[in-house]
Design a protein around this ligand. Structure first.
Ligand SMILES: [Zn+2]
Length: 339
């Protein structure tokens, strides 16, 4: 019997009630006429006389404890409202999973910020374009390969509607509408009909800059290019320009920077030349200015353009271009702490 009493004593220590019904159930279980304690009381009559004193004291103790516990629980229930009970204000917060900026967005922002400091403002345009804004106004010859289905996604043939192959179409649209001085930077997605591999994709991203005003010269362009290269890749970066050809600029050039991996000494990344190509540029062809209604005898200008993927590869050494569009969280998570 003493074991039963001890068991009930420890059970009573543990009991909890979150509402009045549970409390009533507990009362019935322990204190009602058919409850556990009453059953023990009945058994008590049959206990040997010499054990009665000790057992009687324990039994009373049990009864009082049960009554006290029920009273205590009742008081608690009355004093607290149920809402407070279900919210634990001391619990630590759930860890919130934060996303990260996409590496291409990080680099795009960095490029745009550098040009914004030079007074350039951002211009945007449609990704679905007509032939005029993508090719004709930009001095592309009728038989230029870019006009071929091999290189360009055509949506319609007559009149021609294409997915823009470069962000230069944004420049055309701004030049048509705005009087010089024009100082814009055009970031955006472009499309080319290429087989997808680690080094080519059917869509990628460009940033182009355009400056048109009176007396803009190639020296102004070089100055901006050098400033950009040093801001983007570090103060020790050197640049060099190689003559090139684009339909919409004359003269045209491609710019290399001193390899930011080996510092110009030569490594596998720069194919041991010490230089890596990063962008194309040139003076806006007078034909382009005239096509957009700008007097090429009064105004001159320069344009430059680069692939954001290319710059991102240089900064973060991403070896496979496809990783940018696969949205693999393990890849993206690596840029969590990038600014
Ligand atoms: Zn190198």
């Amino acid at each position: 019997m003493i074991d039963k009493i001890n068991k009930l004593l420890s059970d009573i220590e543990e009991v909890k009630a979150t509402n009045l019904q549970e409390l009533e159930d507990l009362r019935i279980k322990f204190l009602s006429k058919k409850g556990a304690i009453s059953v023990l009381m009945d058994d008590f009559r049959n206990v040997a006389a010499e054990e009665k004193k000790v057992l009687g004291m324990r039994l009373n103790e049990l009864k009082n404890k049960a009554q006290d516990k029920i009273n205590e629980l009742k008081e608690n229930l009355e004093n607290s409202n149920s809402t407070e009970e279900t919210i634990d204000l001391t619990r630590t917060a759930y860890p919130v999973q934060l996303g990260s900026r996409h590496p291409l967005s990080l680099v795009k922002k960095e490029i745009c910020d550098i040009f914004k400091r030079l007074g350039f403002s951002i211009a945007e345009g449609p990704e679905i374009e007509d032939d005029w804004h993508v090719f004709s106004s930009l001095n592309f010859a009728d038989d230029h390969p870019a006009r071929d289905m091999q290189d360009t996604f055509f949506i319609a043939r007559s009149p021609e509607v294409v997915l823009r192959t470069h962000t230069s179409s944004v420049q055309t649209r701004v030049m048509e509408k705005q009087e010089p001085p024009i100082r814009i930077i055009c970031p955006g997605r472009v499309y080319r009909n290429e087989a997808i591999s680690y080094r080519a994709h059917c869509f990628f991203h460009q940033v182009e800059a355009l400056y048109i005003d009176k007396n803009v010269s190639f020296a102004d362009l070089k100055q901006v290019l050098l400033f950009f290269a040093k801001e983007m890749f570090g103060a020790d970066t050197k640049i060099r320009l190689r003559p090139s050809y684009f339909p919409f600029t004359e003269p045209s050039a491609e710019m290399d920077i001193s390899c930011n991996i080996c510092g110009g000494k030569g490594c596998p990344f720069c194919k041991h030349t010490g230089w890596v190509e990063i962008l194309g540029c040139g003076m806006v062809d007078p034909n382009v200015l005239e096509n957009c209604g700008i007097d090429s005898k009064v105004y001159t200008g320069y344009a430059l353009g680069m692939g954001i993927e290319r710059i991102t590869n240089l900064k973060y050494r991403v070896k496979d271009l496809r990783m940018f569009s696969e949205n693999d969280v393990r890849f993206l998570k690596q840029f969590e702490n990038a600014q």
